[in-house]
Structure formats: structure tokens, C-alpha cells
Design a protein. Sequence first.
Length: 76
Amino acid sequence: MEADQPWLFLAACLEWKRYKEEGPGMISHLPISMDGSCNGYQHLSAMGLDPIGGRATNLMPFDDGEADPEDIYQWV
């Protein structure tokens, strides 16, 4: 009951139980969140070996002094 979202936690526990019973071939039906905010730009930057685009889309490491990752939409 202390989980942020107890029903989602319960669903994950039940899915884990099913995995332990069925093994690696088990197909999970839990929804998975994905960040798709700039992945097209990430692919283009990676394919083109673009250091500026790579930095803007967080493909390149950023300095320890920087507080947050980059946001390409703030650059554009």
C-alpha cells in the first residue's frame, strides 16, 4: 500500500509471478512508458555522427556541472 500507484504495483507483482511460473517464453501485457520526444532527431544525429545534434538530443555526455539534460526543443 506504500507504492505510488498500488494497483500498478500489484499488476507488476502478478506479472512477475506469471513469469516465474511460465519462464522466459512468457509474453507480458503490461504497458511500458517510452520517451519518444526526440528519438527521430537522435537517430539522425547518430547516423550522421553529428556532435551538435548528439548533444542536443542527449546522445553525448554532458558536463557534471550541468543540472539537467538538454532539450532540443529549447534550442530550436
